[in-house]
Design a protein around this ligand. Structure first.
Ligand code: FAD
Length: 580
């Protein structure tokens, strides 16, 4: 007990050893999982390097305080893209920069994606990534806290990721939303994570919160203090240190990743560290391609433009950036039905603080999004109403009803409560790029998502907006008063397109910048990693994070990212046992 308890065992740059078996770059969502799994291998040393701090305060565990829009920015990094031609403005792309990465600031929603989506990855040339291959990896890391959870669907014994179904906050408006969905043929689904659930419908979401209703980031789940202390001899965790490049050596006709160069965030300490076995990049969808390019692995012309010696020409590094793009329709609702109340009525904040502290309920659980509506726009008529059709068709939109304005600004009129529907494109055809602006590792990246650049992305968004308007009609029919706040002027294509250009944002689901695909895959200029997550042409180097998704899944990405890390750990262990 304080003051006698041990602090979290962080290692300073000056104390890093010269050599480890495995070096994990980026202690984010995936990095924490891998550090846990690899350091469990007997007689194995692991170095985990994270750019951000530990930052483990009480507030960082309270779901609402730590969520993106309420965080003070110390744990998140803002990145502004170039102006997007289709919308005329730039975007702030947030991500977490602390041990646990984006799971320290995200909305904690846990969705795995559909069985069919993994089977499609596999069919595209990625053996080992079909649903039957990945299912066990999902279950392994889950400990579902819900009473009576189906153990065939959810892991209930896993020691790591705590999972719980949301408990309703703002009940009235959510129940009316579900009623309206059911009326028009979007059934309520009991568990959107069950592989047998209908792909189309609406359902409550699971969240990664622990039994104390604290945010359960991958840092808390996979590298809690007790575990980090018990493995301090063989697992060295370094925070506030930036990996600048991977040293890759040429041996006759082979390229081999030998080690990394890192520098402390203060810039005062530098270190080169060697890897006896492997280096695994887990620096996320921006960090991993950044490090590869600085190391001479990437599109040759682009590297030469910045004076970087080309070690391996891999055009797909930093290409194929995909993201879930969203358009928000907003309504005015009573103040008590919205999170706006916390900002405008200070006494409500204190009541909610009390509820959270003593009962573990209420608005501090961050009930921004509790319900998801999945639909296929192929099955919507011209008014946006669902029609009966092929039951196997996959949803291409997710409508996210939120107790806040999900538009592109926090600076909206807060004189009443706000309830909005973020219409998110789950299978975007537009692809962007992550490129260097300079060979200086500290220089900002040029991130260009090219939102809506593919004309095929407009029709599903228009259909989704029409569906949202029908859901709102239905809620009114059920007696729930929704006053228009930000709605399209009309339902013709032109009015909807104007609205799409004006009220849009990212859903923060960036992926595929180091995609796993066959090397010569025609679409997207080939892959960066093979199905074993190994970088093509460079031995001893893997990437395991959300950047390797073959394409962005129609899901929230933290659970699939944890699954990628679990699979990577399994592959490393398996390969090692074959060699020994
Ligand atoms: C605001 C927000 C809300 C979200 N909400 C949800 C949600 O509710 N549910 C959901 O499923 N998904 C959500 N997501 C998406 C999801 O959290 C991410 O897709 C996922 O966590 C990404 O994991 P990752 O391991 O790829 O990257 P990250 O978790 O971002 O980890 C990358 C880590 O690498 C570190 N790093 C980068 N470069 C370097 C370097 N050079 N040297 C050392 N370290 C480095 C970073 O600091 C970071 O900690 C959200 C994302 C955001 C940003």
């Amino acid at each position: 007990m304080w003051p006698f308890s041990n602090a979290y065992p962080e290692v300073r740059v000056s104390d890093i050893q010269d050599e480890y078996d495995y070096i994990i770059v980026g202690g984010g969502t995936a990095g924490c999982v891998l550090a846990n799994r690899l350091s469990a291998i007997p007689r194995t040393t692991v170095l985990l390097v994270e750019r951000g701090p530990l930052a483990d305060s009480w507030a960082s565990r309270v779901p609402l305080f730590s969520s993106d829009f309420a965080s003070n920015g110390s744990r998140t990094q803002l990145r502004t893209t170039e102006h997007q031609p289709e919308t005329g403005h730039s975007y702030e792309l947030l991500n977490g920069s602390a041990l646990g990465g984006s799971t320290r600031v995200n909305q904690m929603i846990y969705t795995r994606g559909l069985k069919a989506e993994y089977d499609m990855w596999k069919a595209s040339g990625c053996p080992g990534w079909g649903w039957n291959d990945v299912k066990a990896s999902f279950l392994k890391s889950e400990k579902c806290l819900d009473a009576g959870a189906d153990s065939d669907v959810h892991g209930t014994l896993g020691v790591c990721f705590r999972l719980t179904l949301c408990c309703f906050v703002f009940t009235k408006v959510l129940v009316r939303t579900i009623d309206a969905c059911e009326d028009i043929g979007l059934p309520k689904v009991d568990d959107v994570n069950s592989p047998t659930h209908p792909a189309i419908g609406c359902g409550l979401l699971h969240f990664t919160r622990d039994q104390n209703q604290h945010r359960h980031s991958t840092y808390r789940a996979f590298l809690p203090k007790d575990l980090a202390l018990s493995r301090r001899q063989n697992l060295h965790i370094v925070t506030n240190a930036i990996v600048e490049k991977v040293q890759i050596e040429k041996h006759s006709d082979k390229l081999v990743a030998r080690g990394i160069d890192l520098v402390s965030r203060s810039g005062k300490e530098m270190k080169s560290v060697a890897a006896r076995k492997e280096i695994i990049l887990c620096a996320g969808p921006f960090g991993s391609p950044h490090i590869l390019m600085l190391s001479g692995v990437g599109p040759a012309d682009h590297l030469k433009e910045h004076g970087i010696a080309v070690v391996k020409d891999l055009p797909a590094v930093g290409s194929n950036l995909e993201d879930h793009f969203g358009v928000s329709i907003a309504y005015r609702v009573p103040m008590a039905h919205s999170l706006v109340a916390l900002e405008k009525r200070p006494w409500i904040f204190f009541i909610e603080l009390f509820r959270y502290l003593f009962y573990g309920t209420g608005m501090l659980l961050a009930p921004v999004l509790q319900l998801a509506i999945f639909a296929s726009t192929l099955l919507l008529d011209h008014q946006g109403l669902p029609q009966k059709g092929n039951a196997n068709v996959l949803p291409d939109i997710e409508i996210m009803p939120m107790a806040y304005d999900s538009g592109n600004s926090t600076n909206f009129d807060k004189s009443t409560g706000v309830y909005s529907f973020l219409n998110v494109l789950l299978r975007p055809k537009s692809k962007g790029t992550v490129r260097l602006s300079s060979s200086d590792p500290n220089a900002a990246l040029r991130i260009d998502p090219r939102y809506l650049s593919n004309p095929a992305d407009w029709a599903p968004l228009r259909a989704s907006l029409r569906l949202t308007l029908r859901i709102a009609d239905g809620m009114r029919k059920h007696g729930y008063a929704l006053d228009n706040m930000q709605v399209p002027q009309g339902e013709d294509d032109e009015s909807l397109d104007n609205f799409i250009r004006r009220r849009n944002r990212t859903a923060y689901h960036y992926s595929s910048t180091c995609r796993m695909a066959p090397k010569e895959d025609a679409s997207g200029g080939g892959g960066v990693v093979d199905p074993q997550l190994k970088v093509f042409g460079v031995e001893g180097l893997r990437v395991a994070d959300s950047s390797v998704f073959t394409w962005v899944l129609g899901a929230h990405l933290q659970a699939p990212t944890v699954c990628v890390a679990e699979r990577c750990a399994e592959m490393v262990v398996e390969e090692r046992s074959m060699k020994e």
